[in-house]
Design a protein around this ligand. Structure first.
Ligand SMILES: C[S@@+](CC[C@H](N)C(=O)[O-])C[C@H]1O[C@@H](n2cnc3c(N)ncnc32)[C@H](O)[C@@H]1O
Length: 502
C-alpha cells in the first residue's frame, strides 16, 4: 500500500486491458470465498470505474501497454469475479436497547474450544489511518496535493489521532462513490450521540465533577481551535465544504473518539498501529457502471462490556477485521454481543472518550486519604475473589445465588481501591479491622455528603426526564454511578466485618 505521498492521482483510469490484467493478478492472489460476484460485464464498465475506490489498483502502471492482439484471452470467469468485498455477519441481529443500538445473538451458540467468527469487515470499507508517520490511509483515498492532507500532516503525531480521523471521515463523506457517503446516514446525529464533545455547559455541570468538566472543556476548545485554524475564510472550497460550521467538525471528532478502535494491523510487509473507524453494516455492495450501491440493514453497533463475549482479530491474509466470540463462550439467543473498548480505565476516562460510565466498572477508584487499612486476603476470601490485583476475578460458582449477584465489578474495584495490608501469615485482629472498616466507611460517607443530591434523587431525575439530551442523561448517570459505587463499597465493608467475625 502506497503512502499518500507516493500514490498516483485518485481518478487515473486504467486502460481496459491493463485493468483486467491487474484484476487477474489481484483475483488470483485472493482467497475465493471472500470475493463477491460483481456486475461487471463489459469493457466500458471497467474503464469507467475510478481507481480511487480500489486501492489495490493504485500501483505503478507499465509505461508501454502491450497490444491487445498479443494477449491471451482471459478465463471467462474473471469477468464474473468481483473486486468489491462485502462484510458479513453470522448468527446476529441488530436491535435498539438501553445503550443505543447493539448487536444481539439471533440464535443459541454453543461454546467451542476455538473462537468463533461472527462478523468480518474488509479493510477497504473501514477508514484507517496509521498512528505514526508516515501517514498511511486505508483505503488510500486522499490524493497527493489535496489540502486536507496538509491539514492532517500538521497534527501532532503523539496526541492528535482524533483530529486526523475526523478530517479523514469528513473527507470520505465528500468523496464520490465512497462507501462512507452511504454509511454516514447510519451514524448517530449530534443529538443522538453521548460524546461529551457535544455537551453543553449545562450538561457539564450535571457531571458534578469539576475535573472531568474542565478536561472536556479543553477537548472542546482543542477541536474548535483546530477548526478555526484550518477552516478560515481563505481555505479552498474543497476543504471548506467538509465542515462549514464548527459544529460539524465537533460532531466528526465525536464520531472519531466514540467509534474508533486502535489496533495493530499487518498490511503487506508492514505491521503498524492504526486508528480505525469500522462500519458494521450488513451490506450488499455492488458496482453498476459508476454506482456503488449499499443496502444497509443495520449499523455500527457493538457496545462495551467489562465482561465481553467478543473480541476483534485482524486477519492478515485477506485484510479482514474479524469479530470473534471468545473461545469456550456459550451465547443464548437474545444475549448482547459485546467487546471491551478499554481495559483498566476509570469511569471518568470512559466518559471523556465515549460518554458513558458504569456502576460496575472493576477499575473504578476511590481516593482514600486516611491511614485506615483492612486485611487484604481476608477481604478477598470473604467475597471469593481470586487472582492478582491486575486480574482479579470472582470465583462465582462457589457462592449461593444471592451472594453471587452482590459480587460484581464494583466489588472487584473495591478490592483494588480499598487500602489494605498484608504481612506474611499474620492474621487480622478483629477489633483493629472493625476500626479500619469504620474509618473507611466514614470517609465514603463524607465523600457522598459532598454531592448536592443522592443517587436515588439522580434516579428520580432520570425517570422524570425522558426527553433529556443524551449528553445530559450520560452526565447524570455518571455522578449517580459514582455514588452507587461508594455506597456499594460501604455495603461491602459491612459484609466484610460481619463475615470476618464469624
Ligand atoms: C461504537 S458505538 C456503539 C453503538 C451505539 N450503541 C449506537 O447506538 O450507535 C459507542 C457508543 O455506544 C454507547 N455505549 C456503548 N457501550 C455502552 C455501555 N456499556 N453503556 C452505555 N453506553 C454504551 C455509548 O454511547 C458509546 O459512545
Amino acid at each position: 500500500m502506497a503512502t499518500s505521498l507516493l500514490h498516483p492521482p485518485p481518478h487515473c483510469i486504467f486502460t481496459n486491458h491493463q485493468h483486467r490484467r491487474r484484476l487477474q493478478q489481484v483475483t488470483r492472489r485472493r482467497s475465493a470465498p471472500v470475493l463477491r460476484a460483481a456486475l461487471v460485464t463489459n469493457e466500458d464498465t471497467f474503464s469507467a470505474i475510478s481507481t480511487s475506490d480500489f486501492p489495490l489498483f493504485q500501483t505503478a502502471l507499465p509505461s508501454e501497454p502491450t497490444p491487445a492482439s498479443q494477449l491471451e484471452p482471459a478465463d471467462p470467469d474473471f469477468y464474473k469475479i468481483g473486486y468489491v468485498r462485502n462484510m458479513r455477519a453470522y448468527g446476529i441481529e441488530f436491535r435498539e436497547g438501553p445503550d443505543g443500538f447493539g448487536v444481539y445473538a439471533s440464535k443459541d451458540i454453543a461454546p467451542l474450544r476455538r473462537s468463533r467468527l461472527i462478523m468480518e469487515i474488509p479493510l477497504e470499507l473501514m477508514l484507517t489511518i496509521s498512528q505514526k508517520l508516515p501517514w498511511m490511509f486505508f483505503p488510500d483515498i486522499i490524493p497527493v496535493g489535496h489540502p486536507i492532507f496538509d491539514i492532517i500532516n500538521s497534527t501532532n503525531p503523539e496526541t492528535d489521532w482524533d483530529l486526523r480521523l475526523a478530517c479523514l471521515l469528513l473527507y470520505a463523506f465528500d468523496c464520490k462513490d465512497n462507501f462512507w457517503q452511504l454509511y454516514g446516514n447510519f451514524l448517530p446525529a449530534a443529538d443522538e450521540c453521548t460524546s461529551l464533545l457535544l455537551a453543553t455547559e449545562e450538561d457539564l455541570l450535571e457531571l458534578q465533577d469539576s475535573e472531568l468538566a474542565s478536561t472536556v472543556r479543553q477537548q472542546q476548545q482543542r477541536a474548535l481551535d483546530f477548526w478555526e485554524k484550518n477552516w478560515h475564510s481563505a481555505v479552498p472550497l474543497k476543504v471548506k465544504r467538509l465542515a462549514l460550521e464548527p459544529e460539524r467538525f465537533l460532531w466528526a471528532m465525536s464520531m472519531a473518539q466514540s467509534r474508533c478502535i486502535n489496533k495493530q494491523i499487518r498490511v503487506g510487509a508492514l505491521t503498524q498501529d492504526a486508528n480505525m473507524l469500522i462500519p458494521y453494516a450488513e451490506t450488499i455492495l455492488y458496482i453498476s457502471s459508476l454506482t456503488v450501491c449499499a443496502d444497509c440493514m443495520s449499523v455500527d453497533m457493538l457496545n462495551h462490556s467489562f465482561k465481553p463475549n467478543c473480541f476483534f482479530h485482524w486477519r492478515f491474509k485477506d485484510r479482514m477485521l474479524e469479530v470473534m466470540i471468545n473461545a469456550g463462550q456459550g451465547v443464548k439467543k437474545g444475549d448482547e454481543m459485546t467487546i471491551s473498548y478499554m481495559n483498566g480505565q476509570m469511569n471518568n476516562f470512559f466518559m471523556e472518550r465515549y460518554g458513558f460510565s458504569s456502576p460496575v466498572n472493576p477499575w473504578d477508584v476511590i481516593q482514600f486519604s486516611g491511614n485506615a487499612r483492612i486485611h487484604l486476603d481476608s477481604f478477598l476470601s470473604v467475597f471469593n475473589i481470586s487472582g492478582l490485583p491486575e486480574e482479579y476475578y470472582h470465583n462465582s460458582n462457589k457462592l449461593s445465588y444471592d451472594e453471587d449477584s452482590f459480587v460484581d465489578g464494583a466489588i472487584i474495584a473495591a478490592a483494588r481501591t480499598i487500602p489494605t495490608w498484608s504481612d506474611g501469615d499474620i492474621p487480622p485482629i478483629p477489633s483493629a479491622e472493625r476500626k479500619a472498616v469504620k474509618e473507611l466507611q466514614e470517609e465514603c460517607h463524607q465523600m457522598l455528603a459532598e454531592f448536592p443530591i443522592t443517587a436515588e434523587q439522580d434516579e428520580e431525575i432520570l425517570e422524570s426526564s425522558p426527553e433529556a439530551r443524551r449528553t445530559q442523561e450520560a452526565a447524570i448517570k455518571y455522578r449517580m454511578h459514582r455514588k452507587l459505587f461508594m455506597e456499594k463499597v460501604i455495603q461491602a465493608l459491612d459484609i466484610y466485618q460481619e463475615r470476618l467475625l464469624f
